[in-house]
Design a protein around this ligand. Structure first.
Ligand code: IMP
Length: 197
């Protein structure tokens, strides 16, 4: 069997779940390599106030300090009744070293009694490849539930009801979630771009 050497593309993350997702989507096109695999153990500062800005910071960090072509993602949950919060601050909504459960509880508290429960997840992926920079976006619309449901996923999955299924992300299989999720959509746009190069 021919053992074709695939071009390496760094994904600026060490999140195993995201790496597996990206490897499945880009299988046969690229060998997706994590930050740890290039010897990068830096705490990359995410100091921008937009998802695009933070994804660009991470991709540029890898290109400039390690010399690899790379893509990086950043995700936020935007809640209409909270004027778009927590948005770019979704990871640290309940404080600097908070857990996913802390964030979920804070969101349920902030949304107590709110009639408008509309929210969306957005992911921006920045790609630096062959000297060019491109961005890809994915979005999923839904609502914030009044209590937690399901055991799957991570982050705000127990309280985000996807419009398309009427169920919380945490109640769906990974395949069901990936098919409609913000990150799945952004990843597939990235893959379509890469396959058409
Ligand atoms: P990140 O940019 O992918 O690290 O996402 C920032 C934060 O958004 C995470 O810490 C989670 O709290 C939340 N988040 C991102 N993606 C998801 C998801 O698919 N489901 C639920 N929460 C998510």
């Amino acid at each position: 069997m021919e053992n074709k050497e695939l071009k390496k593309l760094v994904f600026a993350t060490n999140n195993q779940h995201k790496l597996e997702e990206a490897r499945a989507i880009l299988a046969g096109q690229f060998e997706v390599v994590s930050l740890a695999e290039i010897g990068c153990h830096d705490e990359i500062p995410e100091t921008a106030d937009t998802l695009e800005g933070n994804s660009l910071i991470k991709a540029r960090w890898v290109k400039e300090k390690y010399g690899y072509d790379c893509f990086a993602d950043d995700t936020g949950l935007m809640v209409e009744a909270l004027d778009g919060a927590p948005g770019v601050y979704s990871a640290r909504y309940a404080g600097e070293h908070c857990t996913f459960a802390d964030n979920v509880n804070k969101m349920l508290f902030e949304m107590t009694g709110k009639q408008n429960r509309k929210a969306y997840f957005a992911t921006v992926i920045s790609l630096i490849l062959n000297g060019e920079t491109k961005t890809f976006e994915g979005r999923v619309d839904g609502t914030i539930s009044t209590e937690a449901h399901g055991n799957g996923g991570f982050g705000y999955d127990p309280i985000f009801i996807a419009e398309e299924t009427g169920r919380c992300f945490a109640e769906m299989t990974p395949e069901e979630k990936n098919a409609i999720s913000h990150r799945g959509r952004a990843m597939r746009k990235l893959a379509e771009y890469l396959v058409n190069l």
